[in-house]
Design a protein around this ligand. Structure first.
Ligand SMILES: [Zn+2]
Length: 109
C-alpha cells in the first residue's frame, strides 16, 4: 500500500472520529422533550424548535459518517481518488466533502 493511501485513511478515520462525537452530542440533544409541566410552555416551544434543528444536523452527520465509511472501504481500490471520466486526480478535500462522487469537480459540473 502506498504512503498516500495510508495518509488518506488516517485523514478519513480522524473525520469519522469527529463525526461520531458530533452524533453522540446531537443524540443527547434530540432526546424526547420533557412534558409541559416540567419546563413551561415557552421553553417547551424553544425546545421543540431546537430539537428540529438538531435532528436535522444529526441526519446530516449520520449521512456524512456513511459517506466517510464508504470512502474508507474504497481507498484500496485502484480507481480510488480518480475521476471516472477524465482519470484526473480528485483532491482529498473533495473526496471528504462528497465521498460518493466518482467525478472531479470539472466533470461533475
Ligand atoms: Zn474529471
Amino acid at each position: 500500500m502506498d504512503l498516500n493511501k495510508i495518509e488518506i485513511k488516517q485523514k478519513i478515520n480522524s473525520e469519522i472520529e469527529k463525526i461520531k462525537h458530533q452524533i453522540i452530542d446531537l443524540e443527547e440533544l434530540t432526546k424526547p422533550i420533557a412534558p409541559d409541566c416540567a419546563i413551561g410552555r415557552v421553553s417547551r416551544m424553544d425546545a421543540i424548535n431546537n430539537k428540529a434543528i438538531n435532528e436535522n444536523a444529526l441526519q446530516k452527520a449520520q449521512n456524512k459518517l456513511k459517506g466517510m465509511e464508504f470512502a474508507l472501504q474504497n481507498v484500496d481500490q485502484d480507481d480510488f481518488g480518480k475521476c471516472a471520466k477524465c482519470q484526473g486526480e480528485i483532491p482529498l478535500g473533495r473526496i471528504l466533502l462528497v465521498p460518493h462522487s466518482r467525478f472531479c469537480v470539472r466533470c461533475a459540473s
